[in-house]
Design a protein around this ligand. Sequence first.
Ligand code: BV8
Length: 294
Amino acid sequence: MAVSRRLFRFGRSLRTATAVYLSTLIPGETELIVVVEDPKRRNNPVVTIPVELMEVLAAAECVTVLTGAGVSAESGVPTFRDAQTGLWAKFSPEELATPRAFRRDPRLVWEWYEWRRILVAGALPNPAHLALAEMQNIFHRFHLITQNVDGLHQRAGSRNVIELHGNISRTKCSEEGTIISSCKDTGNIPPKCPSCGALLRPDVVWFEEPMPEMEMRQATDASTHCNVFFSIGTSTVVYPAASLPVEALRSGAMVVEINPQVTPFTAKARFALAGAAGVVLPELLKALKASRGT
Ligand code: BV8
C-alpha cells in the first residue's frame, strides 16, 4: 500500500491536537483522510477539508448526496450493521425485512416495525442531518437521496428528499398498495385494510422487492448529472442503492465518501473522510460558508 504521509496538525501538541489527518493514498486515486477526534474538543473540532474538494465545490453547479443508516447513528437509531438489541437480537434485519417473513409471521414483522417507529419517533435530527439541510440552500442544484426510512432528513428541514426505501411512518395495504393514513383499532395485529380487509404493512421496500420506479429514476438522474457526489454513512452493500456512487463516478463526478469505516466503495472514492458524519459535515458546511463569505 503506497503511503505518503502528510501530517496536518492542529493545536499545540499531538496530545491536544484535535484532528490529525493522516493522508494516506489507497492504491489508485483515493485520498483517505482519517479524522481522529479529541473527545475533550467534541463540540468545536477543527477539521480541514481537502483543498481540491473545496475548489471543485466552489465551482459546482450540482451536488448529490446519498445517505445510509450511519447518518442517523448519532441520533440513536441503530444501523443495519449494528446488532439488533433486546428481543430482536436473534433476528437479522434482512430476515425480517422481506415479503417471505411477513407472509410467515405478519405479527412479528409488524411489531418489529412498531418498535422501530417508536424508536425513530423519539429520535432527533443530529448535526449531520442539520448540515445537509443547510447545504441544500448553498448549491444551485442539490439532491438528497436516502436509504433511511426514519424521516430524520425531512425533520431537519431537507426538502424533496428522494426516499429510495420508503418511510417507516407510512402504512399501506399489502394487497392494493394504497397508503392508509388512519384505520380504526380493531385489535388486529397487523391491522386490516379498511377497504379490502388485507393486512396493512409499513410503506418500505423489503429485500427482494422491486424498487419504487419514480424514486429510482430520480436517484439515477441525480447521480449521473452532478459535479460532486457524497456517499455518507452507508456500507454500500445493498443494491441497487450501492450502484449510485459507481454511476456518479462513471459520469465524471468527484465522489467523496464520509464514513468512519472503510467500505467496498472506499477505494473508488476520490476522497474518503474517515470520520463521523455529525463531526465532518458541520465542518464541511462551515468551510463552504467561509469560502462564500456567508
Ligand atoms: C431489488 C427498507 C429487485 C426496509 C431496505 C446485486 C448484488 C447482490 C444482491 C442484490 C443485487 N441486487 C439485488 C440484490 C438483493 C438485495 C441486496 O442488495 N441484498 C444485499 C443484502 C446483498 N436488494 C434488494 O432486494 C432490493 N430490491 O433488488 O429488487 C429484485 C427483486 C426480486 C429478487 C431480487 C431482486 C431492495 C433493497 C432494499 C431493502 N430495504 N430498507 C427497512 O428499513 O426495514 S435496505 C436497508 O438496509 C436500509 O434501507 C439500507 O439500504 C440498508 C442498510 O445499509 P446502510 O444504510 O448502508 O446501513 P449499514 O448498517 O449497512 O451501514 C451503516 C454504515 O454507516 C457503516 O458503513 C458504518 O461504518 C457507517 N457509520 C456508522 N456510524 C456512522 C457511520 N457513518 C457516518 N457517521 C457515523 N456516525
